[in-house]
Ligand binder design. Structure first.
Ligand code: NAD
Length: 551
């Protein structure tokens, strides 16, 4: 019987498989389970609740064994984390095809999924867990950085210098907020009710200082803002109590958002409950707790609407706090928008999204060289340059060294081809796996997040991620994945991903050229189809063919 054991990807430029595409898939599968990367490697859980890299340890062994023997004209099929077949294909075909967590519409709920999972028939793939391209917390840091950069571009002349952001939640994902704000040169006050969350973020250098009182937090914030210096301040307390107080004081807050765990009312601290008593109260009286948490969220959202009325930029950061506040009757909950329609959709119209790559050598010098290449390729993009420079200084690699940055249609392909040339010339010491999050411009249907409030009302149309997966297969990606439920849960999303390996060969160069053009091209055509002017401009400027606009 095979069971839990430490897993770490091979390093260096010696193959342990029949080719670099298989080698990349094997190393990235193993990398997802590296103890530095995965949240619960013993349970094969990479991140996001129960997002797994393989269904069970027997499946993990079979995946590894099959990848080691898989030929360059063969394709391994993976059904929810278990290899179920090897078929003869051809050298342009993906080496691995993955389908995770998919259920037929009427059965697509947590209850049925958990029943099937319990029977050992499926697993939760999240977005990048079961598709073997998770790179640790750098991903959420960059996404949060990009959101705040978009806020700066929309409202504050391209920089958050001289502004104060007020937010709450310093947990697994929300903990990226203070560093993302300071990387955009702003000041952030971040409330959390758990002292450990504040301490941990200071230890990891994501948060600068802790204030001992609300008054001290506001003093530190306004001083730094006046000097236009970036600073992030942790403030202990309940956001549902503190936000109305800060609003009542008339404090000069420019931006308000929230990343408390409001999506799960049993994880949101109600007003009047001590943090120390929270877990016991939630376990003993879940119905009471839920009601009080929702009523507190309504007060929290009411304060956010108050800041909106006072002129601040206010947005929901994908934690369902508006929906929870509405459930207990707060009528103005949806007065402020979600972050995708507010800031991210214009980027999606340009085919922009979370491009990422990992150095299969394991050598950080390879990532430093690719960082320099990206800076050379896109000198006009200041926000990208700031991110790459700060990431080089501040991001600690987890597992194989990797980098993420948002690139658009026309840009990803240039970066990929450059990386392939750098492998060919020996400037990089081994090949590079180039992929992305499933959260991308043309690869997701998710009406509460990526496709919330589409212009033509097409939020729940899921043909797009299916077309995305198919076009990546047709274009020569090394592995392609099609998942259900990631990010927002069962029944709420369908999404696709691809990884393409730059191994320095001319064939890899041709595949990269097609995949990294067509994959972001899906974002452009999806948004043209929904009627976005910016997408139409991009399609016209960059010659993306739209049949319905021809003839
Ligand atoms: P988490 O559970 O790790 O952290 C939540 C934090 O909120 C904890 O530190 C907790 O102490 C704090 N908290 C709870 N109630 C509070 C209250 N009343 N006042 C102050 N602090 C309180 O969760 P996470 O992984 O950081 O995610 C946070 C939320 O953001 C989730 O709902 C997640 O779905 C959402 N999220 C969305 C996106 C996106 O849409 N792109 C990205 C990241 C996170």
């Amino acid at each position: 019987m095979s069971g839990p054991r430490p897993v770490r990807a091979a390093r260096g430029n010696r193959l342990t498989t029949q080719g670099w595409q298989q080698e990349a898939a094997l190393r990235m599968l193993h990398n997802n389970l590296d103890p530095e990367v995965a949240e619960h490697p013993d349970k094969l859980v990479v991140y996001g609740g129960t997002g797994r890299a393989a269904r069970d340890w027997r499946s993990f062994d079979a995946l590894s064994r099959t990848l080691r023997t898989l030929k360059n004209d063969e394709t391994m099929l993976v059904q929810s984390g278990r290899p179920v077949g090897v078929m003869t294909t051809h050298e342009w075909a993906p080496r691995v095809l993955i389908a995770n967590s998919n259920l037929v519409g009427d059965w697509a709920n947590w209850e049925e999924f958990r029943r099937l999972e319990h029977l050992g028939l499926t697993m939760y793939g999240q977005m990048t867990a079961g598709s073997w391209i998770y790179i640790g917390t750098q991903g959420i840091l960059q996404g949060t950085y990009e959101t705040f950069a978009a806020v700066a571009a929309k409202r504050f002349g391209g920089s958050l210098a001289g502004t104060i952001t007020l937010t709450a939640g310093l947990g697994g994902m929300g903990g990226a907020q203070p560093l993302a704000v300071t990387m955009n040169d702003g000041v952030a006050i971040c409330v959390d009710c758990d002292p450990r969350a504040i301490e941990r973020r200071i230890e990891h250098r994501f948060l600068d200082v802790r204030a001992d009182s609300l008054e001290e937090a506001l003093q530190l914030a306004t001083d730094a803002r006046d000097k236009r210096k970036p600073l992030s301040i942790g403030l202990l307390g309940n956001a549902a109590e503190l936000l109305p107080r800060i609003l009542g004081m008339g404090a000069p807050i420019d931006i308000v958002t929230d990343q408390t765990s409001a999506h799960d009312p049993l994880a949101y601290l109600p007003i009047g409950v001590d943090f120390a008593d929270m877990a016991a109260f939630a376990a003993e009286k879940p119905a009471d707790f839920t009601q009080r948490a929702r009523e507190s969220m309504a007060r929290h959202v009411e304060a956010m609407v108050g800041f909106l009325d006072a002129g601040a930029e206010v947005f929901d950061y994908g934690n369902s706090i508006r929906g929870e506040a509405k459930l207990v009757g707060y009528g103005r909950a949806f007065d402020f928008p979600g972050f995708v329609p507010a800031y991210i959709r214009p980027l999606f119209c340009e085919g922009r999204g979370p491009f990422r790559w990992a150095a299969l050598s394991g050598d950080p010098k390879d990532i430093a060289a690719t960082d320099r290449a990206v800076l050379e390729l896109f000198p006009e993009n200041e926000s990208l340059a700031r991110w790459i420079q700060l990431a080089g200084e501040r991001v600690h690699f987890q597992g194989l060294p990797a980098r993420i940055c948002w690139l658009g249609y026309g840009e990803r392909e240039r970066a990929g081809e450059r990386f392939n040339d750098m492998v060919a010339s020996g400037e990089l010491s081994a090949p590079v796996a180039i992929g992305r999050d499933h959260l991308d411009c043309g690869s997701v249907a998710s009406p509460y997040r990526e496709t919330e409030g589409m212009l033509d009302g097409s939020d729940a149309i899921a043909d797009w991620p299916l077309l995305n997966a198919m076009v990546n297969v047709a274009s020569g990606a090394s592995w392609v994945s099609l998942h259900h439920g990631g990010g927002v849960g069962m029944g709420r999303s369908i999404h696709a991903g691809q990884v393409t390996v730059a191994d320095g060969t001319p064939l890899a160069g041709e595949k990269i050229q097609r995949v990294l053009t067509n994959d972001p091209g899906m974002g452009v055509i999806r948004h043209v189809d929904a009627g976005y002017d910016r997408a139409e401009e991009v399609a016209a400027e960059r010659e993306v063919r739209i049949p319905m606009s021809e003839g």
